[in-house]
Design a protein around this ligand. Sequence first.
Ligand SMILES: Cc1cc2nc3c(=O)[nH]c(=O)nc-3n(C[C@H](O)[C@H](O)[C@H](O)COP(=O)(O)O)c2cc1C
Length: 191
Amino acid sequence: MTAPLNLVTISGSLRRGSFNTALLDNIPDLAPSGLIFRRLEIRHLPVYDGDLEVDDMPPDAVRELQRQIRASDGIVIATPEYNHGMPGGLKNAIDWLSRGPAPHGLQGVPSAMLGASDGTIGTTRSQSHLRQTLAALNSPAMPQPQVLVARAQDKIDVDGKVTDESTRKFIRGWLVEVERWMRRFPRSERE
Ligand SMILES: Cc1cc2nc3c(=O)[nH]c(=O)nc-3n(C[C@H](O)[C@H](O)[C@H](O)COP(=O)(O)O)c2cc1C
């Protein structure tokens, strides 16, 4: 039997009632049985400041996040769109992950992304921005299909459940592709 994949997830939104965090909360129910998810937090990270690095080593909170991501089989990031890009907090976390001794937190770690917005475009631009940054860090990001949940308020209820059947179906299919993508980059061959 094929071993399950342990994936970590990060939400780019910190607010209670976030549509993006809700997407992450829904994916375990929609995923094939070969995927196990664990949420990681980024809200405790300081704003990037090179003076917080001691002997080129980032703070312990960053090192721990790097360790958890490197110990996983891949990362799934849910990103809102803020002013046509990814939120500053998410970019800040990724900037920290790229620091310290090689390999950094995302080097060679396969990634996939999804996003929700209350507007009509559904995070297209923030996902492009996130892709560009992941490419800089040599994290292979799954190119297609893309989960762009527009008008999320019509598809996710107040309890955070994705209620829209076509969105649920799309995410189910996306998760099948996520498993296929992550298995292309086995952890044992990463570095
Ligand atoms: C500072 C800020 C900028 C935003 N800029 C955009 C934007 O450029 N495009 C967009 O579709 N939505 C934009 N929005 C709306 C977000 O998509 C919406 O608030 C969404 O619900 C945020 O994700 P969350 O529910 O996971 O917190 C912006 C929201 C904020 C707070």
